[in-house]
Design a protein around this ligand. Structure first.
Ligand code: CO8
Length: 258
């Protein structure tokens, strides 16, 4: 992997740990950082040694949004030609589970990045929000869509129109985050969870994530059909034979991702 300027990435026991690394500007997300994220995460996504990814931020923020200095002078044509969101969309197409550890501010594009994770663990002091309205703009990387799908139109508008910060307790209440964890244990507990996922049979994990993602957008009967096909597909895997044989032989399964 090439030298990373705005991220740190390491692999621990089958889990890729990716840390946003611009703490001096609260991990404000600039375009090269998005390119690095996409490059690193898509490469881990294809790596058979990796079973799950953890995304977090260094310092006192997960990410305080897109880099305002970078985009302040942009024209609509600049943005159209940059087409930065086609790159961003690749983060939403990752096949392996991504668990976000939100360690402080997750605002604007930072909140969108958190919402792009499959599960979110956080601490009591974390704050979430879409302050874009206070800058005369609005979310552009899925914020209005993702938040509305999670909390419904009325509640989502409350946050999007005021730009107010949501506490971690509120985020838990609305189902935005999975767990609140003591700050000193956040990374440890998130990694522990990710390592558990990384030990699961990878093809089953992959097809479960895919089916759950479909549930968000598909009508129930379409989603059920999709689920069934994935269920059938798993019966062509060696891991299905191993998992069921191991159960019947009363031993631990040895999954190989095949
Ligand atoms: N962009 C650039 N620099 C930032 C950003 C940001 N989003 N957020 C913080 N910083 C910088 C500050 O300018 C400051 O730098 P310096 O020390 O050089 O002055 C440093 O980080 C520390 O910040 P503060 O001194 O402000 O720290 P405070 O603890 O006082 O305040 C806040 C923390 C409340 C988080 C405050 O920094 C803040 O309001 N930041 C901006 C939050 C915001 O408006 N975010 C939305 C940005 S717009 C957006 O995200 C659009 C998304 C579109 C999709 C993009 C996909 C990538």
């Amino acid at each position: 992997m090439r030298n990373l300027q705005f991220l740190e990435a390491t692999v621990i026991d089958g889990v890729a740990l990716i840390e946003l690394n611009r703490p001096e500007v609260l991990n404000a997300i600039n375009r090269p950082m998005v390119s690095e994220l996409v490059e690193v995460m898509t490469s881990y996504d294809r790596d058979p040694e990796i079973g799950a990814m953890v995304l977090t931020g260094k310092g006192r923020a997960f990410a305080a949004g897109a880099d305002i200095n970078e985009m302040a002078g942009d024209s609509p044509i600049d943005l159209e030609l940059l087409d930065q969101f086609s790159e961003w969309d690749r983060l939403l197409a990752l096949k392996k589970p991504v668990i976000g550890a939100v360690n402080g501010f997750a605002l604007g594009g930072g909140f969108e990045l958190a919402l792009a994770c499959d599960l979110l663990f956080t601490t009591d002091s974390a704050q979430f929000g879409f302050p874009e309205v206070n800058l005369g703009v609005m979310p552009g990387a899925g914020g209005t869509q993702q938040l509305t799908k999670i909390m419904g139109k009325r509640k989502a508008l409350e946050w999007l129109l005021t730009g107010e910060k949501m506490s971690a307790q509120e985020a838990l209440h609305f189902g935005i985050v999975n767990r609140l964890i003591a700050p000193e244990l956040l990374l440890e507990e998130t990694m522990k969870f990710a390592k558990t996922v990384a030990k699961q049979p990878p093809i089953a994990v992959r097809l479960i994530k895919e089916a759950v993602d479909k549930a968000v957008d598909y009508p129930l009967d379409e989603g059920m059909k999709f689920e069934r096909k994935n269920f059938y597909l798993l019966f062509s895997s060696e891991d299905q034979k191993e998992g069921m044989n191991a159960f019947m032989e009363k031993r631990s399964p040895q999954f190989r991702g095949k």
